[in-house]
Design a protein around this ligand. Structure first.
Ligand SMILES: Cc1cc2nc3c(=O)[nH]c(=O)nc-3n(C[C@H](O)[C@H](O)[C@H](O)COP(=O)(O)OP(=O)(O)OC[C@H]3O[C@@H](n4cnc5c(N)ncnc54)[C@H](O)[C@@H]3O)c2cc1C
Length: 406
């Protein structure tokens, strides 16, 4: 397995914001300003924010990664996508998770593996926000090792019949479509991926309540009791479900990494704002050298996380141009893994330092750093726990594949 550095000439990377990107980012910024007061209210009331999707859809941001021929698709490159996802992350991990799951984890997977009919049927409404998509891989007894899942399917009268349970599924109660991964009944190989209509008979979604963090994000348990899926619902070649899932997770890690950079950015902004306002003994809190140490570390890690994330987006862009190149795919996998690992740790650490800097004020659940602290705990779990990602990075550095599940 090659190291991703072998494919990327660092001197070619150009992260200057182009005029086109600046126009798009202004649009993202306007949408984010609309999201903020609603998100604040939902967080305080501990309820799911159902306005993120319509706001982003109205701003034309739900088709960024979809080719132009499908609905509101805009087909932007991966670096531009990461910049947009970072800006959304400044509003919190809830909006960032929504954006990443719907666009990177699900839309990118359908763009890569879907048939023309599936793209027409699912991607067009997905770009308009009228057909949200979720990713149903995790089960009560299959998380880090998705190959151990037990949801199963059988073929009957030209249809697939699916039974099983998925849990901790983001957007699970909101989605019109869920990507479901299942084995042929009685087997532990030949996993398939399906596009399941959540209106199908036998499908039930139940929201998980009283979560620590991510209070504004829909996380659900899904029950499939003999759910019928027509033949056109099979996503990707038969037996290639695990490959579909792993490619989704690879793309999803870019979205989450960028969102976490946004979270860390907001923690620094909030800390700078508060330390520049409060004074003790006629001295601004920001003049305290211990506080400055926190600010300096936050600013440096933020920059490093942003560069790793943009670099992984750049490697991904190269891969999009050579999609058949297996080695380049491994390079993207390793680059997005490093980016997600580092950016999620950075978000959690920035929130922690922000709370230290703000001291008593940072303990209020309404404080942005406190909210980010609870939320960022989740960012080190989903799209691969950071323990798993550490192993994946280590083995990648040794030139070996991660044997647990990829
Ligand atoms: C808010 C939220 C949203 C989520 N959204 C989605 C979603 O949209 N779709 C979806 O499919 N899933 C989703 N998940 C599930 C998430 O991906 C899993 O929680 C994650 O993969 C870990 O699985 P697990 O919780 O079963 O932990 P386990 O796999 O049981 O792990 C428990 C602990 O053991 C460690 N561990 C496990 N195996 C190894 C190993 N081989 N080496 C070293 N350490 C190991 C883990 O790092 C962890 O610390 C979400 C989770 C949360 C909390």
């Amino acid at each position: 397995m090659p190291r991703e550095g072998e494919f990327v000439n660092l001197s070619n990377m150009d992260f200057d914001i182009s005029d086109e990107q600046a126009v798009l980012l202004e649009r993202v910024d306007r949408a984010c300003k609309e999201i903020r007061p609603i998100e604040d209210k939902c967080y305080a009331e501990d309820r799911v924010d159902d306005q993120v999707a319509p706001i982003l859809a109205r701003a034309g941001l739900l088709g960024l990664v979809v080719p132009r021929e499908y609905g509101d698709g805009q087909g932007v490159d991966a670096v531009t996508y990461a910049l947009a996802a970072e800006r959304i992350g400044r509003e919190g991990l809830g909006p960032a998770a929504f954006f990443s799951v719907h666009t990177a984890l699900c839309q990118m997977t359908i763009v890569r593996w879907g048939t023309e009919e599936q793209k027409q049927r699912v991607l067009i409404p997905a770009t308009k926000g009228t057909g949200i998509i979720a990713f149903g891989l995790t089960e009560p007894n299959a998380g880090s090792d998705p190959a151990s899942l037990t949801t199963s399917f059988e073929e009957k009268e030209g249809k697939f019949v699916l039974s099983g349970q998925k849990t901790w599924i983001s957007l699970g109660s909101t989605a019109k479509w869920v990507l479901i991964f299942a084995y042929p009944r009685g087997k532990k190989e030949g996993m398939c991926a399906f596009l399941v209509d959540t209106k199908s008979s036998g499908f039930k979604a139940e929201r998980i309540k009283d979560k620590l963090g991510l209070r504004t994000s829909d996380t659900s348990t899904l029950y499939l009791d003999r759910v019928e899926v027509p033949r056109e619902g099979l996503l990707g070649p038969p037996g290639k479900g695990l490959a579909v899932a792993l490619s989704g997770l690879m793309d999803g890690r870019l979205g989450i990494a960028a969102g976490c950079v946004g979270v860390a950015h907001d923690c620094l902004d909030e800390s700078l704002r508060c330390t520049g306002m409060r004074s003790e003994n006629d001295k601004l809190v920001g003049d305290n050298p211990f506080v400055q140490r926190h600010l300096g570390l936050m600013a440096t890690s933020l920059e490093a996380a942003r560069l790793l994330t943009l670099r992984s987006a750049y490697v991904k862009q190269r891969y999009e141009e050579h999609a058949e190149d297996k080695e380049l795919r491994d390079a993207v996998d390793l680059a997005t893994t490093k980016a997600k690992y580092f950016a999620s740790n950075t978000a959690l650490e920035a929130a922690d330092r922000g709370m230290l800097v703000l001291s008593a004020a940072g303990r209020s659940v309404e404080n942005r750093c406190a909210r980010h602290f609870a939320d960022a705990r989740v960012s080190i779990i989903f799209e691969g726990t950071n323990e798993i990602l550490e192993q994946k990075i280590a083995l990648g550095s040794l030139g070996r594949n991660f044997e647990a599940y990829s």
